[in-house]
Design a binder for this molecule. Sequence first.
Ligand SMILES: *Cc1c(COP(=O)(O)O)cnc(C)c1O
Length: 404
Amino acid sequence: MRYLKNKLIIENIPISNIAKKFGTPSYCYSFNKLKQNINFFKKSFKSFSPLICFAIKSNTNINIIKEIKKFGFGADVVSMGELMMALKAGIIPRKIVFSGVGKTTSEISYAIDKKILLINAESLSEIKEINRIAKSKNKRIKIGVRLNPNTDAKTLSQISTGKKENKFGVNKNTLYEIINYCKNSKNIDLKCLSVHIGSQILDHKPYEKMLKAVSQILNKTNHKFEFIDLGGGMGITYTDKNKKLNYKKYNTAILKFLRKHKVKIIFEPGRSIIGDTGTLVSKIIYIKDSGSKKFIILDAAMNDLMRPALYGAFHKTLPVTKSNKISKKPYEFVGPICESTDKFVTLKKFQALKEKDLIAICDVGAYGMSLSSNYNLRPKPVEILINGSKIKVIRKRQKHEDII
Ligand SMILES: *Cc1c(COP(=O)(O)O)cnc(C)c1O
């Protein structure tokens, strides 16, 4: 995305054309950015050819998943719905891992029937349940166990998952107990140790610490794991202030780890693959002057993009047509929903805007549409994939009839 003659374009398409043709709010994705992210990720870790499982929860659009699949990716799913979606998109079961702290009996049963690569369990109770179901089906099931390595990912507290106070995974002692339990079971085969310490991680050091913790545990137990699933969490630059994650150093740390432990690595990236490919295009409905600031009331709201309301997340916001007139007052970009948290960002300095102008909210490809809802009975936006000069609607805008 860039400006060409003061007009914001995605690949070769001016955003204003999309708004005119498909209306607003709309989610637009750049195919070539997606391709670039995938190739960068693969290249960064190519020396040990990991299995890369796209975290479906970050973007559940079937056409996006189909594109990602073409690059050889598998899927990381966290519910039966996501497992069904991954299969429907054509991802082969041998490349699917199933994570999550609360898998139900029917979800486990479905995953077993579909013969996926691994069910990554997160408690002893879950393992016992998998064992019970596998036994009833007279099958031997490959599973993983998710370790909580008690590592601070140094990210937003709401998206940290690898500290002992988080609900995810099991601690060391429980892990040893689980290894023993599995040894005595004919129906479960403990193949994988998984870790996922959080999301939007920009510092490689938490990953190094996590690898150290995993290494120590592998040294202590003589259980032979075939896979180590390192999860995802690689961060992207939402603001120019964010420094980039150093993939070289992460790769180096993994290579060091692999010299001691002969295992196959699995990754589960979501945000780093799809996050910066997406833009939410919105139109200004009204501008309201409140004295000290102006409210820019958009036709997009927290139901379309929940991250700011949910985590206080920041998304770069740009005018679709650039001018050099500067506003005299700070702008607060808000949606029309009856919640005070229905606000995207407050900016002290921005170009002067008027009603009906278009706004682009950047880097919304991950946890944007997938977290959207019909709150206030608002239909969900259209999703569009742009490839060069080609535009493809990859999910139609919902209609009121669909939801009423
Ligand atoms: C959410 C999640 C991911 C993906 O995280 P990103 O930060 O989007 O890369 C990977 N693994 C598990 C278990 C998750 O819950």
